[in-house]
Design a protein around this ligand. Structure first.
Ligand code: GDP
Ligand code: GDP
Length: 435
């Protein structure tokens, strides 16, 4: 279970500068997934070997010149609800403002670790000015320069060390975890209720958080899995999901906690940017994906309606298109059991482990027949391959000149893996390494 660090604060204090710094550190080490453009407000980082998720809550400000007090408190509330710990950033150049005081009050009342971070402390002179923040009656603040990175190490040491440890015991250990994600009103609750005519809700405390999650065991027609809803439909009213950002943020934890994400799309609206955001989240976290086009009962059908809709979605989701798309109605229950079946298949695909002998037996002849193009007269020879013991499929191909294997050949390799072994609905990673 991932820890979430949220960065809050007034506009222009330097939140996104810090956010980018935290993400870049990692991206320099881990090669980013091809074809996935980076989310500007959400990403993964790590410090001292501890992984965490970073959210820049200010990232979705529509117009930074004119951010209302109300908007900022919503962001802070959201961070309090969703994050493990909160970085509260202030700006030494502007000093302590009324808005800072209000944010501080909200955080002080909340039961979450938070860190007061005075940013833009670029020189020793600024250190002196930072003392003004003791007026908040606090024992400690951190001075950093997001621009240069100075001071961030000490801050991250403390943030990471103080992540809550958990003695969380998963009551459903080993069972597939599935979450239903999608925009407000797409039909998530309707589908959940249709699937669970006998409800058995178990409220648990997910590791490292004080938030409840709702996990419901589904055990019918030969399938057993757990529906995860950490966003908590019952809490919906607390922060109105009027902005895209809020509903995306609320999906993050459920998605990270699940094996398969069912993305529901409204047939009457089509595939929109918010659907893309959810898709990106699932893909980036290497979760299994099933797309359900819901409210299909409302669509007037002609011969090619289904195909056209499917093509429209596939043309928008990028390179990873080996994904099941089903047309359903949660209301009339049309094809919802099919949807369950397909989600379980995707779960199996994601958990699939190909034996090394089998993998080499199948893939080496493929490479023999279609080798990577020679570069500067040098031939690339792929010698053997293994699947890593990771939760989602990742493969390493050992060869003499990995640096010469380019993106198109990596895609070719991925497509061959899909074709030969069947990984529908599952993001897979392909690495070429020196041997
Ligand atoms: P946000 O609105 O809180 O996300 O703020 P940004 O990260 O966009 O930063 C606002 C401005 O402050 C930008 O012009 C940054 O270059 C600048 N800035 C951010 N961090 C620092 C810093 O540590 N020192 C200085 N001098 N400028 C900074
Ligand atoms: P949520 O916000 O995603 O949980 O969406 P709800 O499940 O609350 O559904 C929002 C509205 O869409 C409700 O009025 C539902 O009755 C309606 N709805 C949900 N699924 C369908 C469907 O398949 N067909 C039709 N016609 N309406 C649906």
């Amino acid at each position: 279970m991932s820890n979430i660090v949220a960065i809050v604060g007034r506009p222009n204090v330097g939140k996104s500068t810090l956010f980018n710094r935290l993400l870049e550190r990692r991206e320099a080490i881990v090669d980013s997934t091809a074809g996935v453009t980076r989310d500007r407000h959400y990403g993964k980082s790590d410090w001292n070997g501890v992984d965490f998720t970073v959210i820049d809550t200010g990232g979705y400000e529509v117009n930074t010149e004119d951010v209302f007090q109300e908007e900022i408190s919503k962001q802070v509330q959201l961070a309090i609800d969703e994050a493990t710990s909160i970085i509260f950033m202030v700006n030494v150049a502007e000093g302590l403002t009324d808005t800072d005081r209000e944010i501080f009050e909200m955080l002080r009342r909340a039961n979450k670790p938070f860190y007061i971070v005075v940013n833009k402390v670029d020189s020793a002179k600024d250190e002196l000015h930072a003392t003004e923040f003791y007026q908040l009656g606090i024992e400690k603040y951190y001075t950093i320069s997001s621009a240069s990175g100075s001071g961030t190490g000490e801050l991250l040491d403390d943030v990471v060390n103080e992540f809550p440890t958990s003695d969380y015991q998963d009551p459903f250990e080993g069972l597939p975890k599935i979450t239903i994600a999608g925009r407000p009103n797409v039909g998530k609750s309707t589908l959940t209720n249709a699937l669970l005519d006998v409800e058995r809700n178990i409220v648990t405390d997910i590791a490292g958080t004080t938030r409840d999650s709702i996990e419901t065991l589904y055990n019918k027609f030969g399938h057993e899995f757990v529906l995860v809803d950490t966003a908590g439909m019952r809490r919906k009213a607390k922060v109105k999901e009027d902005l895209e950002f809020y509903s995306v943020m609320r999906s993050i934890r459920s998605i990270e906690y699940s094996d398969v994400v069912i993305i529901m799309v409204d047939a009457t609206l089509g595939w929109e940017s918010q659907d893309m955001n959810i898709f990106g989240l699932a893909q980036k976290n290497r979760k299994g994906i099933v797309i359900l086009v819901n409210k299909w009962d409302l669509v007037e059908k002609e011969t090619n309606t289904t195909r056209d809709f499917e093509n429209q979605i596939k043309s928008k989701i990028g390179q990873f298109t080996d994904i099941p798309i089903l047309f359903v109605s949660a209301l009339t229950k049309q094809r919802i059991l099919k949807a369950v079946e397909v989600a379980m298949e995707v779960y199996q695909n994601r958990a699939k482990k190909i034996k090394t002998s089998k993998l080499n037996e199948v893939m080496l002849p493929v490479f023999e027949q279609t080798p990577p193009p020679a570069i500067k007269g040098k031939y690339i020879k792929i010698k053997y391959c293994v699947q890593l013991p990771t939760p989602s499929p990742q493969f390493v191909f050992f060869c003499n000149l990995p640096q010469y294997v380019k993106e198109p050949y990596k895609r070719f390799t991925e497509n061959q893996l899909r074709k030969q072994f069947g990984f529908t609905g599952v993001p897979i990673e392909v690495y070429f390494r020196q041997k």
